[in-house]
Design a protein around this ligand. Structure first.
Ligand code: SAH
Ligand code: SF4
Ligand code: F3S
Length: 451
């Protein structure tokens, strides 16, 4: 018997890329490959890349150089994902040891492309395929307790800073039945949490069903205890979606709602298509419908032309909404996006950018700490996800997305526990198991006010 060829995939970027890597592993396993968890000596090394900010790409270029050291003479190196899509053949010119450049809609061809590469050929496959959802590919999952489920690919918004529409192509959604079937398979594999993925996931439509239908259908799958989704766009929160979120018990009380800026004039330059007031209104509608909702967000500082007043608006919106947490980014110009065509004198100098970023981080962290201190003493349901970094505690997560460290003898990965929040660093919690009859029992949400 010949030995199976081994494949190692290194993943950068967002959960969509994590899900795509799982699909690529699935596709390759079906063609006789064996996944390995290190590049050392692998027959195939794939780097699944991100292009969202310049530093995401710089990191990958550095890493590609480093990977040479793990190559055997016949190792094939491929670059996949958003940077592959963006740069295409330029990757082959810049990194001579790379044989394959494959964009997000080209993974079906990987086995054939690898065969070609073995014969010494080089390939770039960056066509978009609006029908491609990899329906027949069984993802090879590595995450212990939750499954990433892409329900929509691509993006039809055109935020002026963003490369994603270029790297992922136009928006398209999977059929509801196909998503539900995958969720059922996930349960059979022993997982009980799913995260539905899309760039503007709440604009999901398969022609017949909208995102509210999808939440209800997925939330009702037997054995599913937690449903999350990311990232929604504020403009796509219909009352139907909010109703579904509020009334489906398995949908968690957390929304990641990218804000980007708190200033209406800035939002306009970003082409986000909502104002400060509309964002606030969206938050208010959701909070009214979903008790105990936690909110996280994405914020960009230093977008072209950002005035002091516009930046202050971002800080004040953070104060007003009181986010539980935020991902914060310094603006990074991306080739081909409309932001790069804005007047040169709108560019924010590095020192101003750095000072604003610093203030924003302090503001967000301060609010997060205040929110978390108020939670001390609460009893919550957590799901044990993995070993904490110190190797001595479990890292678990509450329904509202708080990270909670629990003692190692409290259970095992995949267990649900009730814990009292007994301490906080300001960002994460420590929890003490509560020995009550509810332990491990299916948690019901309080009923929404309006029935
Ligand atoms: N589809 C998601 C966002 C995907 S990108 C949405 O619309 O919310 C994740 C985050 O990266 C964005 O929300 C934004 O905050 C940030 N980002 C995107 N392009 C960027 C750029 N050019 N510079 C800095 N941050 C950027
Ligand atoms: Fe990018 Fe905007 Fe689409 Fe999100 S909605 S992926 S930020 S263009
Ligand atoms: Fe990066 Fe592509 Fe995701 S650019 S953030 S990996 S969609």
């Amino acid at each position: 018997m010949t030995k199976k060829p081994t494949v190692y995939i290194e993943t950068y970027g967002c959960q969509m890329n994590v899900a795509d890597s799982e699909l690529m592993y699935g596709k390759l396993v079906a063609h006789g490959y064996e996944p390995v968890d290190a590049p050392d000596g692998a027959d195939v090394i794939l780097v699944n890349t991100c292009a969202i900010r310049e530093n995401a790409e710089t990191r990958v270029i550095g890493r590609l150089g480093e990977l040479r050291r793990y190559m055997k003479p016949d190792t094939i190196v491929g670059v996949t994902g958003c940077m592959a899509q963006r740069l295409g053949p330029r990757v082959l010119e810049q990194a001579r040891h790379v044989s394959l450049v494959v964009g997000p809609d080209g993974y079906r061809a990987l086995p054939a492309l690898l065969d070609g590469a073995r014969r010494g050929e080089k390939f770039t496959a960056t066509d978009f395929d609006l029908e491609e959802h990899y329906e027949d590919v069984v993802a090879r999952r590595f995450e212990g307790v939750k499954a990433w489920i892409p329900v929509q690919r691509g993006c039809d918004y055109r935020c002026t800073y963003c490369i994603v529409p270029f790297t992922r192509g136009p928006e398209r959604s999977r059929k509801l039945d196909d998503v539900v079937r995958e969720v059922q398979q996930v349960v059979e594999q022993g997982l009980s949490e799913v995260v539905l993925l899309g760039q503007t996931v709440n604009s999901y439509t398969d022609g017949t069903h909208d995102f509210a239908d999808l939440l209800r259908a997925v939330g009702a799958v037997d054995g599913i205890r937690r449903v999350r989704y990311t990232s929604p766009h504020p403009n796509d929160f219909s009352d139907r979606v909010i109703d579904a979120m509020a009334s489906v018990a398995t949908v968690c009380e957390h929304i990641h709602l990218p804000m980007q800026s708190g200033s209406t004039s800035m939002l306009k330059r970003m082409l986000r298509r909502y104002s400060r007031e509309e964002y606030l209104d969206c938050v208010a509608r959701m909070r009214a419908a979903i008790p105990g909702l936690s909110l996280t967000t994405d914020i960009i500082v230093g977008f072209p032309g950002e005035t002091d007043a516009e930046f202050e608006d971002t800080l004040s919106l953070c104060q007003e909404v009181r986010f539980d947490d935020a991902f914060m980014f310094k603006f990074s110009p991306r080739e081909g996006t409309p932001a790069t065509r804005m007047p040169a004198d709108w560019t924010i100098p590095d020192d101003v950018m750095a000072a604003r970023f610093d203030r924003l981080v302090k503001t967000v962290r301060g609010i997060s700490r205040e929110n978390n201190l108020k939670r001390l003493g609460d009893t919550v349901e957590v799901l044990i996800e993995k070993l904490a970094r110190d190797g001595e505690l479990w890292q678990a997560r509450s329904r509202d997305f708080k990270t909670v460290m629990v003692p190692a003898d409290a259970g095992k990965i995949g267990d649900y526990l009730r814990v009292q929040l007994t301490g906080t660093t300001g960002a994460t919690f420590t929890g003490t198991p509560v020995a009550d009859a509810a332990a491990g029992r299916r948690e019901r949400k309080p009923l929404p006010m309006a029935v």
